[in-house]
Structures are given as structure tokens and as C-alpha cells.
Design a binder for this molecule. Structure first.
Ligand code: ADP
Length: 315
């Protein structure tokens, strides 16, 4: 594994009883990168996250943080990582400053060293003016930022964030990511986030896409989109089979069936849209044409949507 990797995972597999949660996942995260693990529910993100955080024993394969194995050197890994979980971890009856201070004590920090780290992090995360407010009075976005400040107190070189934007409104999400970028620029910390949100994945330098415990794509959001190529056309229709058959016959294309829609990837999609609408618009309820999105990348790699119909409605 290359020495410059902040995180290196090779042939990682994990099972819970009958359930195979990870099936031989391999990837590297360069130092200083913001790296996303994108996948729908049940794809294995949390399992991978917990293995890297040394909270789940390694069953098969390798996982290292800055060259230290999570299996043979878990204490060294723990000193190098800061972890922020999805579930809230602040004491809402304490002030922001007290939350940080007590967390610092757990890491053996005290006195002026603790004071100066707290101040630096409160500044870095835009929280300096809230230091004396009770954590419970803060908005969800500010609470998340306090949690991140806590996880950075011992100056970890790798920050692991589990679904950091979940539950935040778009404004708070935007702010959170602005602060994460600033942190990366100022301290060089490597950041790994798990996410099921395309919008969050778009903000990462690189992404690993997981599906049923398998890595189905890796690259920058632009590289991943370019791997689809051309345009993506989605046709909503009440006559899926009939229209698909005619498109195959007349245009020699192979539309993919997704729910009640047909999907086609092709170069110069606008010409096909024009030709189809001129020749055979009767069964077309709506038609859309666009450059590939990360959702299209997921469909391209897996043959199915990111969310199944029920989850899409819930989300
Ligand atoms: P994600 O975080 O992407 O939703 P998980 O890593 O939580 O995915 O889950 C991957 C698979 O492992 C799913 O099928 C899930 O039901 C299963 N799983 C996760 N945790 C456990 C557990 N503690 N016991 C049994 N199965 C589990």
C-alpha cells in the first residue's frame, strides 16, 4: 500500500451471521483529501466506518490509517483519528466551552494547552461567540460543528464523519462544508465522510460508491459522471413494454426499465428526443434529457436506482 495514503483499505470483507455486509472492498485515500463513501441504506458504509474507527474487529482483509493497521495497532489508529457519529454526543445542559473542556480532559489535555486548542477550534468552526451558550440552545448545524470541534481537540490527522449533513437544512449543510474545507486547508487533515446524499457526495474530492457491500465506482464526481458518457434520457410512460419495443425496433437502442420509466444513455440525446417526439409521442407522458448526475452513475454501475420506490418517498 502506498505510504502517502491516509487511509488504505484492501480486500475488506465483513459478515454479520448470514449477512455479508462488505465483499472485498479496496481503496486508498490520499492525505489531505476529502473522501466520500456514498451508498444507499444497507450498502455497508457504517460497517466500513466502524472498522476504520476500530469499533468493529477486522474479519478479513486489511485496513490502515497512516500505515497503522486497525487490527494490530488499534491504539495508534485511535490517536490518529477523530470521529463524529450521527447520533448526537453533546451534553445539552453544558455550555459549548464546557463540552469541549470535558472532552479534552478525557484525552489528558488541561491548562493552557487545552485552553488554546479550544479557542483555536472555536474560531476555526465559527463558534467563538457561542462559547458560553448551552449546547442545547444551538441549532442542529451549530451542534454538529461543536461535535466536530470536540473530535479535533487531540489534533487527529484523519477525521471520520458519519453522515455529517443528515438532519441539517440546506443552509447549515452549506456552512458545515465551508468549515470542513477551511479545516482541511488550514490543518491538512484528511476527512472521510459517509453519506447517502448526492448533494453531499458532490462536495467531496473523491468518492467510493458502495452497493450491497461492493465497491462499484471510485473517482472524483466529475470522473464518475464522465464514466457514464453522453446524455441521460428518462421517459415516463404508461406503456413501458410497447414503447420500449418500438424504440428498440426503430432506433436500435436498448432502453433500460426503471419502475415506470425507460432510461437511455447516448451521445447527442437531443436528436433522439426530437426524432422520438416526431415519430412516436403517443405513449410518452414526459421526457427529460440531461448530463449524467451521480444518481445516473449509480444506475449505470448497478442497473437500479439509488433509492427503491419506498425509500424515495420517505426521503
Ligand atoms: P449502511 O451504513 O450503508 O446503511 P450497514 O453497514 O449499516 O450499511 O449495513 C450493511 C448490511 O449489514 C445491511 O444488510 C445491514 O442490515 C447489515 N447489518 C448492519 N449491522 C448489523 C448487525 N449489527 N447485525 C446484523 N446485520 C447487520
Amino acid at each position: 500500500m502506498p505510504g502517502s495514503s491516509a487511509i488504505a483499505v484492501a480486500h475488506l470483507a465483513h459478515r454479520y451471521g448470514e449477512t455479508q455486509a462488505l465483499r472485498g472492498v479496496s481503496f486508498d485515500v490520499a492525505e489531505g483529501a476529502i473522501f466520500g463513501l456514498l451508498g444507499p441504506n444497507g450498502s455497508g458504509k457504517t460497517t466500513l466506518f466502524r472498522i476504520l474507527a476500530t469499533l468493529l474487529p477486522l474479519q478479513q482483509g486489511e485496513a490502515t490509517v497512516l500505515g497503522n493497521s486497525v487490527a494490530s495497532a488499534p491504539d495508534a489508529v485511535r490517536r490518529l483519528i477523530g470521529v463524529t457519529f450521527q447520533s448526537p454526543s453533546l451534553d445539552v445542559k453544558l455550555t459549548v466551552g464546557e463540552n469541549l473542556k470535558f472532552h479534552g480532559y478525557l484525552y489528558g489535555l488541561s491548562g493552557s494547552q487545552l485552553q488554546s486548542r479550544c479557542s483555536a477550534l472555536l474560531d476555526a468552526l465559527g463558534l467563538a461567540d457561542r462559547v458560553n451558550d448551552n449546547a442545547g440552545e444551538l441549532s442542529g448545524g451549530l451542534q454538529r460543528r461543536v461535535e466536530i470541534a470536540k473530535s479535533l481537540l487531540h489534533e487527529p490527522r484523519v477525521l471520520l464523519l458519519d453522515e455529517p449533513s443528515t438532519g441539517l437544512d440546506p443552509g447549515a449543510r452549506h456552512d458545515l462544508w465551508r468549515y470542513l474545507r477551511q479545516l482541511r486547508e488550514s490543518s491538512g487533515v484528511t476527512i472521510l465522510v459517509t453519506t447517502h446524499l448526492m448533494e453531499e457526495a458532490e462536495r467531496c474530492d473523491r468518492l467510493a460508491i458502495l452497493n450491497h457491500g461492493e465497491l462499484v465506482g471510485i473517482g472524483s464526481p466529475d470522473e464518475l459522471r464522465a464514466s457514464v458518457g453522453g446524455d441521460c434520457i428518462t421517459i415516463q410512460t404508461d406503456n413501458l413494454e410497447g414503447l420500449a419495443g418500438r424504440i428498440r425496433e426503430k432506433f436500435q437502442l436498448q432502453p433500460q426499465k426503471l419502475g415506470d420509466a425507460l432510461r437511455i444513455e447516448m451521445e447527442n440525446g437531443h436528436e433522439f428526443v426530437r426524432d422520438l417526439m416526431e415519430a412516436d409521442s403517443g405513449d410518452v407522458r414526459s421526457i427529460s434529457l440531461g448530463k449524467p448526475t451521480l444518481e445516473d452513475v449509480f444506475i449505470h454501475k448497478t442497473g437500479h436506482r439509488f433509492w427503491d420506490e419506498n425509500e424515495a418517498e420517505e426521503s
